[in-house]
Ligand binder design. Structure first.
Ligand SMILES: Nc1ncnc2c1ncn2[C@@H]1O[C@H](COP(=O)(O)OP(=O)(O)OP(=O)(O)O)[C@@H](O)[C@H]1O
Ligand SMILES: [Mg+2]
Length: 351
């Protein structure tokens, strides 16, 4: 190897190394920028942490980040991340309107319009971002149960059952949206079966970007228990209760309120046995003692009724988000809970 060739090689290698080092430093600066913005998101909600990583990957795929274009990249980061930060800081309130309150679960397709309209007016008490979830009541549960959707895909007949259950839920959802609009709330339906990836009955992922934007705009997303495609079972039911918990954790909810047709969780189903005692607080350890006596639901409920509801909410308690089940069938109870009153029903919290 001649000396001049060696010199040339060293020169070239130095140039490459400098370029690589510059690029790496620029990328580190860009990453730090994204991280700094995301750290501003208090609480480190799951969706933001995930979003940050996906965003960084996308950013480095889109750009050859160099010092020359760093300013441009930084502006892009700011443009794209700031709305997310704003949305995260909002810490929405999540309210579930139980199917037991807005429908008559003993009947079929029987919406309780006057209760629904009253509850819509009570929801107006929320003075910040709000997400509404509603259950299936006498719309979703009976058809889902007839076609055994919760057991997964077993036969072709279930396909029509799947389609009919979804349509029934859309009908109930239309009533809910209409009631909210009448009360002056700009509500919009979010169809879970179109934006959730579910496996073995549990949500793996949900596309939340539109929801963030709705909250930022001041629009009220309204989602509901739905039939969903399931990666392992073919099909399954995604309960409103599971949705509440998933959304609360992902969005870093300030609080969760679930409206049912009973005062809260009792030592046994209060509709079947009188003199049952209302349990004021449930923690993971106290749950082990009471779970045996807790019943399911007084009408058909393919998602496990009261016992499963509490189990879902205990997952939430682990994330430090408090939840309370209140009697939304009693006028103004939901409103008082929204206005900040605690202890109206059963609180589910970490021990
Ligand atoms: N230990 C209990 N304490 C309170 N309610 C109980 C208990 N056991 C069973 N229940 C029944 O659970 C019902 C509430 O659960 P259910 O799933 O029917 O309501 P929901 O979640 O509002 O409805 P949906 O699932 O349609 O949204 C009550 O109406 C009550 O009869
Ligand atoms: Mg239920």
């Amino acid at each position: 190897m001649t000396l001049s060739f060696q010199k040339k090689l060293i020169k070239k290698a130095t140039k490459w190394l400098t370029a690589v080092a510059t690029l790496a430093t620029a990328q580190i600066v860009a990453e730090l920028l994204v991280k700094a913005i995301m750290v501003a998101v208090q609480g480190g909600h799951l969706s933001y942490l995930r979003y940050r990583n996906e965003y960084l990957k996308r950013l480095s795929a889109e750009y050859d980040i160099t010092f020359e274009n760093l300013e441009k990249v930084a502006a892009k980061i700011e443009d794209e991340c700031v709305p997310w930060v704003k949305a995260a800081r909002m810490r929405p309130l999540i309210v579930k309107l139980g199917g037991s309150v807005i429908t008559d679960k003993r009947g079929r397709f029987s919406v309780k319009l006057s209760s629904l309209r009253r509850l819509a007016r009570e929801l107006k008490a929320a003075d910040g971002p709000l997400v509404v979830v509603h259950g299936g009541g006498s719309y979703g549960h009976p058809i889902a149960s007839k076609f055994e959707i919760a057991r997964g895909f077993k036969n072709e007949e279930q396909l029509m059952g799947f389609s009919l259950t979804h349509r029934a839920m859309e009908e109930l959802n239309t009533h809910v949206i209409e009631a909210l609009q009448r009360a002056g709330l700009p509500a919009i339906a979010i169809q879970p079966s179109a934006c959730s990836v579910v496996s073995d009955g549990r949500i793996v992922r949900m596309e939340l970007a539109p929801l963030h934007k709705f909250l930022e705009l001041g629009i009220v997303p309204v989602t509901y228990g739905d039939v969903v495609p399931d990666l392992s079972r073919g099909m399954s039911i995604l309960s409103g209760d599971q949705l509440v918990v998933y959304l609360a954790r992902e969005l870093g909810a300030s609080r969760v309120i679930l409206g049912a047709d009973v005062d809260g969780v009792f030592t046994a189903d209060p509709k079947l046995r009188s003199r049952e005692k209302l349990i004021r607080v449930i923690t993971p350890s106290s749950w082990r003692d009471v779970v045996k006596s807790i019943g399911v639901a007084s009408g058909p409920d393919v998602t496990g009724g009261m016992a499963k509801k509490v189990e879902e909410l205990l997952i939430l308690a682990e994330s430090g988000i408090e939840a309370e089940i209140v009697n939304a069938a009693k006028a103004d109870t939901l409103k008082r809970a929204i206005l900040g009153e605690r202890g109206l029903g059963t609180k589910i919290m970490a021990g």
